[in-house]
Design a protein around this ligand. Sequence first.
Ligand code: ADP
Ligand code: ZN
Length: 603
Amino acid sequence: MKPRFNIWPLVITFFLVITFQNIVQQSVALNQVSYDEFIGLLESKQITEVVLGDTTIKGKTAPVEGKPPEVYVTNRVDEDAVKMLSPYNVKFRKEVENTFFRDILSWVIPPLIFVFIWIYFLKKMAQKGGGGPGGSLMSVGKSKAKVYVEKDTGKTFKDVAGVDEAKRELEEIVDFLKDKERYGRLGGRMPKGVLLVGPPGTGKTLLAKAVAGEAGVPFFSISGSEFVEMFVGVGAARVRDLFNQARKSSPCIIFIDELDALGKSRGANSMYGGNDEKEQTLNQLLTEMDGFETKEGIILLGATNRPEILDPALLRAGRFDRQVLVDRPDKTGRLEILKVHIQRVKYQKDLDLEQIASLTTGFTGADLENLVNEAALVATRKDKEFIELEDFTQATERIVAGLEKRNRILNDFERNVVAHHEMGHAIMGMALKSVDQVHKISIIPRGMGALGYTIQRPTEDRFLMKKEELEGKICVLLGGRVSEKIIFNHLSTGASDDLAKATDIARSMVTRYGMVKELGHVSLERTQQQFLAPDGVKSHDYSEATAKEIDDAVKLILENAYLRTLSILTNNKQLLIDSATELLKKETLEGEDLTRIKGSIIL
Ligand code: ADP
Ligand code: ZN
């Protein structure tokens, strides 16, 4: 620690001295007496000396046989006291009352209030601005800010559900932190840093806290994004501070969230003019990481959702040399997470959590927490005593497709087009065997952009897809546009998103999955980290001629899918028209209605 000049002890001493003086002055034993008693004392000639204050009169008796003189005090009653006193032949004088303390306060307090308000606002600015110039200014030389410490996180592995594999890997670290001597016994070395990798909301922070909680050690945390745009040197100072603090309270966990914001590949950064601050901070972090021994009982946990853009130096041995994947939960995982979060709310006794879990493919832990909350709100709005399944379904829809926007009005023609468009998707979804089930069709506009929607739900989580399934997906996507073509003989803008998705799938089939015979089983394209583009670029290593072949192959896939869709929908034109009319009337179709429509499809 560098010595710092601190004015506060001085100020406090000053005030203490003044207060003390005042108290001493005022507390000389005074006998408070009434006015007439005072007069009585005066008349019996006991008082030999009188002091007149603005509001009081003090009278002092003569010392009697070694006894010290006593002072009597009474409130001053009239201005003519002087006249009154004169016949009694006593000494008297007027005292100027001690208002020094009062004056000081009236001088000092207003500026003090002002200063405090000022500091308060600057602090606020520093917090809000994060990296803004105001914030940085305040933080200079005061680098302790922004390091969050929790003595006890209160989280345990029980709070984290559905990520058993990650937990298993972290358990070792818990054991180590609990008893580091035993761990080093055989010369084994703990990793210094473990990188938690996974999409946002999957519980990486929660896991890190749980590790600290399980081991009963303090949890230091800092977020990489807070270093962005700070003045040069501040970030590095903070990192230094963080490690110093952590050393003092080891064993402990240091958690660096959003490590990618800080640890982006340095070379790539400087291509864009560089960011000295980030570079310095990163360098400091690397230095600190190298500077401590795991023996000291500090374990670094980092979190990122983009490990591929991290500076390779961070991942080297002795740094974040172990990675733990924290992925989106599968159905069982989602069920477990729901069980954790549902405890906070009142819900129907025999609520089918499994069904909710199967409706929420792709949800992260944070999404599920949000879902429980949202379902509680839905049920509350309906004045229910507890949450039921339908509240969950409604909340799911809301989260999936954005809030209902009934008030966004389409004209009749537009609604008609949207109904046929969605019905086109739906009929294709029901006609093809290899695609996800159609659960619901709606022409109620939701959220941004979508005029209607068709919800398909996979019957199970999918990790592998066959060529037929991908082709089926393309047909379903094209269904909307083809339907518009058949009924209105037009092309509209409503299908642009569908087209983009269909093209992406077709392109992936050609370039990544090697599904086109003419091009061979070759992966032609992959996302790669590159020196010049830190965010990763599609790199390809094929010639112009191959590029042309790829384009042709993509076009062919789309063309075939288009023809197939056209033929299926033309065969079912009457059904398309009838069901679209029904959809227009009811706005949403699901359950039995869909089963009936599916039953009348001609293949
Ligand atoms: P990340 O750090 O990966 O972005 P968080 O740990 O901040 O995600 O998760 C946000 C919240 O979501 C947590 O506080 C927790 O309530 C909930 N959550 C996320 N994953 C899980 C999980 N696996 N089990 C239980 N709750 C979870
Ligand atoms: Zn569409």
